[in-house]
Design a protein around this ligand. Structure first.
Ligand code: TTP
Ligand code: MG
Length: 373
């Protein structure tokens, strides 16, 4: 008799979410406002106070100010305080976000950016499926983001995206919550149903009338009954979500702007040969990923994180798009030589990167067009 065996690959997924992102960026730009309620606003321009709150720092949140409420209401709530109201400055936040996503990319082979301040990382390979290692990496990521951008974030680690997201949300700001597969059910059970992605206000109210308030209640609620109420797709989703089941992969949403890798040296050094040995190993890996995606590169970059965690980048743009390993390693060598000549930094982490990427077909198409074939 042939028996079907379902083999589920165990994964380790991380969600990184920056704390009160826009407002924290503003605090860093002007440290004098730290400690005061800070409210970042989207002004509609109709009257002085018309528009909505984009986000607020945790001091302002204590007064009930949060994303989406009218600015006039936020002003009322903060009437007797020294609150600071600022307009959104998206280009400024985007620059900081790009920098952070680069840091995150260096820790994972698969990254899915879901918003300006949030990304999932598939850590299965890098952690060799060890939750101890995942926790260690999560702490290192927090340290590196803090050292390079002065921002705090909250991280959730779990066997899938659903659990990682809930884990990141339960402890904020500056949180780190790790939920191992065997802890998923007991972790989720006491939380309100609203904690699950996809459960909004309306669903929460509907479930409430059925006496379902916590994820634990939802987990023991008859799945057929859920399907009758919410339809097959949603009903099944809610049932699986309450059990912490989710097989949605971590997937890049767009073509990557760059491919990079960074790693920590055995000890801090300025020895070019030691640095290059590690850098070439990273180059091979990055180059493989480039070929797998059928991309060409025009820029080569290096990154050095110094003993004091200060970070330095150098790059060189080539005349034509390339896809060979030799040009990559030769340029990396040139950049590291130049960097060590110009600075007295001791390297703690070194990284390599390929950017200005184009699809191989695009190149062929443009050549075809050029030659009129
Ligand atoms: P969030 O991560 O949802 O919020 P946050 O980073 O401000 O706070 P938290 O500490 O709870 O993570 O959103 C990221 C940014 O997106 C936020 O800083 C501002 C913007 N945003 C809006 O402009 N409008 C909104 O309704 C929300 C929710 C966010
Ligand atoms: Mg956030």
């Amino acid at each position: 008799m042939c028996e079907a065996v379902l083999v589920l690959q165990s994964r380790i997924v991380m969600l990184v979410d920056l704390d009160y992102f826009f407002a924290q960026c503003e605090e860093n730009r002007n440290p004098a406002i730290k400690g005061k309620p800070v409210v970042v606003c989207v002004y509609s321009g109709r009257t002085e106070d018309s528009g909505a709150v984009s986000t607020a720092n945790y001091v302002a949140r204590k007064y009930g100010v949060k994303s989406g409420i009218p600015i006039s209401l936020a002003k009322k709530k903060l009437k007797d305080t020294d609150a600071v109201f600022l307009p959104v400055d998206k280009p400024f936040y985007k620059q900081i976000s790009d920098n952070i996503m680069d840091i995150l990319r260096s820790y994972s082979d698969h990254l899915e950016q879901v918003s300006i301040d949030e990304a999932y990382l598939d850590m299965t390979n890098r952690t060799k499926e060890s939750y101890i290692e995942a926790k260690h990496i999560a702490k290192t990521i927090k340290q590196e983001i803090l050292a390079q951008t002065h921002l705090t974030c909250s991280i959730g680690v779990g066997p899938n995206k659903l659990v990682a997201k809930v884990a990141a949300d339960v402890q904020k700001p500056d949180g780190l919550t790790v939920v191992r597969p065997e802890e998923v059910r007991s972790f989720l059970a006491p939380l309100p149903v609203r904690s699950l992605v996809g459960v909004g206000k309306k669903t929460e109210q509907k479930l409430d009338t059925l006496g379902v308030r916590t994820v634990g209640h939802l987990a023991i609620f008859d799945v057929q009954h859920l399907i009758e109420i919410f339809g097959r797709k949603l009903g099944t989703y809610f049932h699986n979500a309450s059990l912490g089941i989710d097989d949605d992969p971590v997937e890049e949403r767009n073509e990557p702007e760059s491919v990079s890798r960074i790693s920590t040296l055995k000890e801090d050094t300025r020895d070019l040969q030691v640095i290059l040995k590690e850098a070439y190993r990273l180059c091979e890996d990055v180059h493989k990923r480039l070929l797998k995606r059928e991309l060409m590169y025009r820029s080569v970059g290096i990154r050095v994180v110094a003993s004091n965690l200060a970070a330095y980048s150098r790059s060189k743009t080539l005349e034509n798009p390339q896809n060979d390993l030799e040009t990559f390693t030769a340029t990396v060598k040139e950049l590291f030589e130049k960097f060590l000549d110009e600075s007295d930094v001791e390297a703690r982490r070194v990284g390599v990167r390929l950017s200005s990427l184009t699809k191989k077909e695009d190149m062929q198409q443009s050549l075809t067009r050029f030659f009129g074939a």
